[in-house]
Design a protein around this ligand. Structure first.
Ligand code: ATP
Length: 231
């Protein structure tokens, strides 16, 4: 049997404000489709490119821990939450993860298509490809086709589109190298976002079955998202 320390490891960052079943299906289906030994969820401490999260980093970490409790093959990295005084840059998280694993171990950064399409705004984004593969999950309303098209004669396309065309691979390529490929993969389409869940909670609407029950219990027992009159 292979040493599990050499098998591909998935790294799934997010704000998780709160974690929902769209996140969990992405993680579960990535593990199956890409042959990952494990998927490690990494809640952002202080995400730099968006408004401050509604829930404090400690609450988001606690909710992610509850979301994956009892699911074999999933773990949580609290590193970004522990360093929440600084902005959470994925490139720094991948550098830290690289130091924890053998240089030959395939690391796979998991992203939804919306996050991938904004990659050029990320700190030192071109360095990500030397540290990990990037696997991009389909997400309703976010089309990857535009990035995949070959630009018309005379047009250059974006730098990200060029990287995509040069690096595009399939699940089979992941185990063959520690980093460097961009692998799109299809997941069950779920038009669920944390934004819509926060809005429902703010008006006192029900979110059961949009989030795992353990996350709902946590939300119900902490004053995180509901307005004082919500329930
Ligand atoms: P928000 O609405 O607060 O922006 P979100 O629901 O997009 O949150 P994030 O925590 O920002 O969730 O997302 C973490 C990662 O999960 C991102 O890469 C995002 O693309 C992906 N993701 C989130 N929800 C889905 C979904 N329903 N389908 C596919 N990917 C998703």
């Amino acid at each position: 049997m292979s040493d599990p320390g050499t098998l591909p490891l998935g790294l799934f960052g997010g704000t998780f404000d709160p974690p929902h079943i769209g996140h969990l299906r992405l993680a579960i289906e990535a593990r199956e489709a890409l042959g990952l030994a494990e998927v490690c969820l990494i809640p952002a401490g202080n995400p730099p490119l968006r408004d401050a999260p509604r829930a404090a980093a400690e609450h988001r970490l606690a909710m992610v821990e509850r979301a994956i409790a009892g699911l074999a093959g999933f773990g949580v990295d609290p590193g970004e939450v522990a360093a929440a005084a600084q902005p959470s840059y994925t490139v720094a998280t991948l550098e830290r993860q690289r130091r924890l694993h053998s240089p030959a171990r395939p690391l796979v950064l998991l992203l939804g298509a919306d996050a991938f399409s904004r990659l050029e705004a990320w700190q030192r984004w071109r360095e990500l490809f030397a540290l990990a593969h990037i696997a991009v999950a389909t997400r309703p309303g976010h089309d990857l086709a535009k990035l995949q098209d070959t630009p018309k004669v005379g047009a250059t396309g974006t730098a990200l589109a060029a990287e995509f065309r040069a690096r595009q691979g399939s699940a089979a390529d992941i185990a063959a190298a520690p980093a460097g490929r961009i692998v799109p993969f299809a997941i069950t389409a779920l038009e669920i976002s944390a934004t819509a869940i926060r809005e429902r909670l703010a008006r006192g609407a029900c979110v059961r079955h949009l989030v795992p029950d353990a996350v709902l219990d946590y939300i119900d027992s902490h004053p995180i998202y509901r307005t004082p009159h919500g329930h």
